[in-house]
Design a protein around this ligand. Structure first.
Ligand SMILES: Cc1cc2nc3c(=O)[nH]c(=O)nc-3n(C[C@H](O)[C@H](O)[C@H](O)COP(=O)(O)O)c2cc1C
Length: 336
């Protein structure tokens, strides 16, 4: 009830400004004292995935804390893991504003952020400063200026720099807001990308005697055959996990609304069934050889359970946190 009142006020503000304002407030020293008093730690229900032990199945999806500025706050909410980023080798401003739009009647968000972030070096500093002992993932992407044919290099730079500071790495080749990025999901480009990142992972493993799993984050706008091709490649290259899915370019679920005209990736409730279809196909193809992390439209306990029944070993939330607040996350963790 309390969150829904605050939400009414926050939703009067521009979405990007309210996002930054809310997180800055919640991360302030005074608020931390309040949070420590009211948010009691949730007992962990450990789950093993990608060779790591997660305190619970519920994670924060990428994009909410792109620069790792709020790690301690998200940890206090109870998340079993936090995926930071998307971060790129160099800092970049992203697309023109406004670039986040809420559709409250559909519990949806459209964004065309375009990987605005302060760069990988800054993220490393923030991870070093945080006191978080749980699982941190870092989601990496390519700089806008890097031509798609050279993009593998951006991923390799990020892997090399972040390797010692993260528990897993997520390769984002599915954001719809960076030109041609999704091409990396197909054919020879995908094959070359997987081959190169596996070689880099092996090199880093030997250098640091530490194995950091790598997950690939895919789009919900793939055809069945494309998902089958991707699954075969994931098995062939022994990729550690697949994250399904990113936001969708399919706005048919909101076609009657004026927001339909806004370009960008749609997330939240209208994405739920699309992301579930991808998870089902992946599960059938992968035959448990590659674990699935399910994300997209989780707005209730039943929606979270459905993703797990379809084969997801872990789940992630973004829009559900915006629309239902911290209590929703704690409810999921306790009930799953
Ligand atoms: C404003 C916004 C920014 C996002 N930024 C990223 C990002 O930088 N990298 C990424 O992999 N996914 C990003 N996402 C996608 C989410 O991680 C998630 O895959 C998607 O929103 C579906 O989950 P949801 O329905 O729970 O929101 C973003 C989503 C939103 C709404």
């Amino acid at each position: 009830m309390f969150y829904y009142l605050i939400r009414k006020l926050l939703f009067l503000m521009d979405p990007e400004k309210s996002h930054i304002f809310t997180l800055k407030c919640l991360n302030s020293k005074h608020m931390q004292i309040f949070i420590n008093l009211f948010l009691k730690p949730i007992p962990s229900i450990p789950v093993k995935c990608m060779g790591l032990v997660f305190p619970n199945k519920v994670g924060l999806a990428a994009g909410m804390d792109k620069n790792g500025e709020y790690i301690n706050f998200f940890n206090k909410l109870g998340f079993g893991f936090i995926e930071l980023g998307t971060v790129t080798p160099l800092p970049q401003v992203g697309n023109l504003k406004p670039r986040i739009f809420r559709i409250p009647s559909k519990e949806a968000i459209i964004n065309k952020m375009g990987f605005n972030n302060l760069g990988i070096e800054n993220l490393i500093c923030n991870i070093k400063k945080s006191k978080f002992k749980g699982i941190i993932g870092v989601n990496i992407g390519k700089n806008t200026q890097t031509p798609i044919e050279n993009s593998i290099n951006d991923y390799l730079i990020c892997i090399e720099k972040i390797y010692c500071y993260t528990d897993y790495i997520a390769i984002n080749i599915s954001s719809p807001n960076t030109k041609n990025l999704r091409n990396l999901q197909y054919g020879i480009l995908f094959n070359n990308l997987l081959e190169n990142i596996k070689t880099k992972q092996k090199e880093m493993h030997q250098k640091y005697s530490k194995y950091v799993p790598i997950a690939i984050k895919i789009s919900p706008d793939l055809s069945k055959n494309e998902i089958i091709d991707i699954s075969n490649q994931l098995i062939k290259f022994k990729i550690d996990a697949v994250i399904a899915t990113n936001t969708t370019l399919d706005h048919s679920k909101i076609y009657k609304m004026q927001e339909n005209r806004i370009t960008g990736g749609l997330s939240g409730f209208p994405l739920q069934s699309k992301s579930n279809t991808v998870i089902s196909i992946l599960y059938k193809q992968l035959k448990k050889k590659v674990p699935i992390i399910g994300v997209g439209g989780i707005n209730s306990l039943n929606a979270a359970k459905e993703k797990i029944q379809l084969g997801a070993e872990l789940i992630q939330i973004y829009s559900g946190l915006v629309y239902h607040g911290p209590k929703f996350i704690r409810h999921l963790i306790k009930k799953l």
